[in-house]
Design a protein around this ligand. Sequence first.
Ligand code: WQD
Length: 340
Amino acid sequence: MKILVTGGLGFIGSHTVVELQNEGFEVIIIDNCSNSSVKVLDGITKVSGNKPAFEQFDLREKNKVQDFFKRHDDIEGVIHFAASKAVGESVEKPLLYYENNISTLVYILQQLKEKSSSNFIFSSSCTVYGQADELPITENAPVKVAESPYGNTKQIGEEIIKDTCKVTPNLKAISLRYFNPIGAHPTAEIGELPIGVPQNLVPFITQTAIGLREELSVFGDDYPTSDGTCIRDYIHVVDLAKAHVVALQRLLQHKNTSNYEVFNVGTGKGSTVLEVIRSFEKVSKQKLNYKIVGRREGDVIAAYADTTKANKELGWKALSSLDDSLSSAWEWEQKVSRQK
Ligand code: WQD
């Protein structure tokens, strides 16, 4: 069975390709390599033993999307990762984010709408909740006014899919709202490859520990939390990848209860920034160089998932601990630096 993975050379995409292959799916990747490298194909192949098919083009080119689906009319499912995802950049370049994250989604859905049946998994984000009123966060929590154009594209994306499913009974879709993906494959053959200065906490920590960065800035320790730093739900990228496979299988096996569903994908556990630092120091057996600075604009105080729905309806649960996830991130960082 052939599955299209857009953005399949990216961090979460590449780990999901491997898990799909492990489950016997045939995978074809579309990636424009704007935020990834074609070398990731070799990593995927080393891990799974199967080199996925790959086409490099930009999904913003509507005619190329149409041509692709004409040439591959045997695609049974699509997992759509391809999008721009840097919160800060989205504030500076909103039109880039609205064009890239919205038009590409529309072009793909236009193709799926024409098929006799199609299954679609959308990469969404807990960012749609903003600062939730209640913790842990369930799927029924209200979607708040987005804190950034990036977050807005995820909210708009979900609405586009929901509206399309309403009038397209042959289209089944699931939005997965990720919490904070971290870590790397245990083989250290694939992992996170941030381009430039990492925006996210864990790659900044590992690059500081390896000596690429002077010191980590902790954005604020005056929040109303146990130690004053923000709380997030850090989920191992392999656990997250596996959630995509079970979500797709739910649709392929017609186990969905409606043709549009939403699931939170997290561990259900919140960790503060300082707890992440302590955990990293424990697994890496080295002190981390960091300083406390002012708060970062747009950060929510706390976000962690109520995972009851995914546990019960998908039969999926995150298995890796924070220590495991950080240990895999550290192994990966050391591997990448040895290869430089
Ligand atoms: C986590 C915590 C920071 C960096 C974003 C997006 C989300 C998803 C993941 C794409 C916060 C603190 C961070 C640093 C720090 N994006 N921090 N120093 O902001 O929760 O989520 O990235 O998939 O949609 O919203 O993740 O890793 O940037 O921050 O103190 O150098 O670490 O303040 O409390 P975030 P993050």
